[in-house]
Design a protein around this ligand. Sequence first.
Ligand SMILES: [Zn+2]
Length: 179
Amino acid sequence: MAKEQRKLSKKQKGSKNRFKKRIKVRKIQNKIRDTRRDFLHKTSNSIAKNYDGIVVENLNIKGMMKNHCLAKSIGDVSWSEFNRQLEYKCKWNFKHYIKIDRFFPSSKTCSNCGYVQDMPLSKRVFNCPNCGISIDRDLNASLNIKNIGLSTLGHSGINACGDGSLELSLKQEKECLVN
Ligand SMILES: [Zn+2]
């Protein structure tokens, strides 16, 4: 699309070629939009169907969009729309949807022992000086998010076979939902 947009900008204003090029750019934009929409729906459907619940970190997406380095990649993956779909699809499928506080330091906390340390974005691996584990930064954060979500539901942790069945009444679920 960037290539076609560059070509468009070089066409003379009001010309027939510019008009044609604009139609071409519009077609590419539509194709990207449809592909993205399709991907988001398929992925959120699959998650809502195959898992008992989902825990998401309530990230400050608007704030992050103000960071120019992050804005493009965040915009590209449509996080807000993906989250919106996950939430309503979890409801449709009677699955748990839990949002955790965005001020919880999910990246800075050791998912194994709870030790907290500074983790600038450039550090991709969490090396814990307390318990000695070495784990991918994002995996560590996601384990923390999952654990917080499970404790919100009154669950002490995932069981040995890892299916993490959550047997709670809808009433309990409503009480636990954090918004
Ligand atoms: Zn640790």
